[in-house]
Design a protein around this ligand. Structure first.
Ligand code: FMN
Length: 306
């Protein structure tokens, strides 16, 4: 209640009561040891001066601990969402490289038109449901990247133009069929090293097993404006209609600065200012389209067996 003379707040015994507006009381007398001992350890810690070394270190460690717990909790709780987004992004790319993508479309519905199969690279045969040392190859769940690191499903590469180290023996391909059930396109996963990173993407090949419909990367870390121009729609458009093999069946597709003797049908211009990334794309496309890649499967496509 307020003192009637000074208008300050006083307690029942008439002593001035401190309010938030007033300065805190100044302690003239230092605390006795008995008073200090009565305080708890936390209170004693908080009462140490702010420039105390132990206090500084403890506060810094506590902050680090809290921050790392928040980051870990966020990483763990967001992982399913990240995986879901990565799967959706891959679907968008498959739909897009096949020329079926439209802004705002239901990607999952469009992706349902694609027929996934696990292919054995060496033979080009479907291996859906095959049991490889206890691992059943389900095309809906087969993880190509994990397979490339799995010792039972992959083999090391001595001659490794794509810079991938190991190659999986099995990969998932996607078939797109016309309404009458005939084959329209095959979507094949390709990857390999550029300048700074491994580029992961898909190549769409038409039903003749030889004409490229599109090439698209969904993951890489090349430099924006230089190597990352692999994502430039104008450069991607250069791939449409290019041929993999000539009439003799020799692999002729190439990315480079100058048109080779095979002619423009087999040539895609290298990105200017990004010769090294372009060279990586050239190597990875030629590797995956070769006998060590999808050629056995593409032979079956050309033979009308798919
Ligand atoms: C910071 C920096 C980033 C670069 N990133 C790339 C890249 O992602 N891809 C690439 O091929 N070249 C990149 N380059 C350029 C290469 O070092 C090299 O100069 C270029 O590939 C040569 O291409 P050009 O013959 O078409 O000029 C980069 C250079 C610098 C300085």
């Amino acid at each position: 209640m307020p003192d009637k003379d000074t208008n300050n707040r006083v307690n029942e015994t008439g002593e001035a009561e401190f309010t938030p507006e007033m300065n805190p009381p100044v302690r003239d007398e230092p605390l006795t040891e008995a008073q200090k001992a009565r305080k708890g350890p936390i209170r004693r810690f908080l009462d140490t001066p702010p420039d105390n070394t132990v206090k500084t270190v403890v506060v810094a460690l506590a902050l680090c601990l809290v921050a790392s717990m928040v980051v870990s909790a966020a990483a763990v709780s967001l992982r399913p969402l990240q995986e879901q987004n990565a799967a959706l992004d891959k679907q968008v790319n498959i739909v897009e490289v096949a020329g079926r993508y439209e802004e705002g479309m239901d990607v999952a519905a469009a992706f349902a038109d694609f027929e996934p199969h696990v292919v054995e690279l060496a033979t080009g045969a479907f291996a859906d449901g095959a049991d490889i040392e206890g691992q059943v190859l389900d095309p809906l769940t087969f993880d190509d990247r994990a397979a490339a690191d799995d010792l039972t499903l992959s083999a090391p590469l001595d001659d490794d133009p794509a810079g991938i180290g190991r190659q999986a023996n099995y990969v998932t391909v996607y078939l797109l069929r016309a309404e009458d059930g005939s084959l329209d396109k095959v979507i094949l996963p390709v990857y390999g090293y550029g300048l700074w990173s491994t580029l992961y993407g898909f190549i769409a090949v038409e039903e003749d097993g030889n004409t490229i419909y599109g090439l698209q990367f969904y993951e890489h870390a090349e430099t924006p404006g230089l190597g990352a121009e692999v994502d430039n729609p104008r450069w991607k458009a250069l791939w449409r209609g290019k041929k993999l093999r000539d009439d003799e069946g020799d692999l002729k597709i190439n990315v480079g600065k100058t048109v080779t003797a095979a002619g423009p049908d087999y040539h895609v211009d290298a990105l200017s200012g990004a010769t090294l990334t372009s060279r990586g794309v050239d190597s990875l496309v030629r590797f995956w389209m070769s006998e060590r890649g999808f050629e056995p499967f593409l032979e079956r496509v050309r033979a009308g067996e798919i």
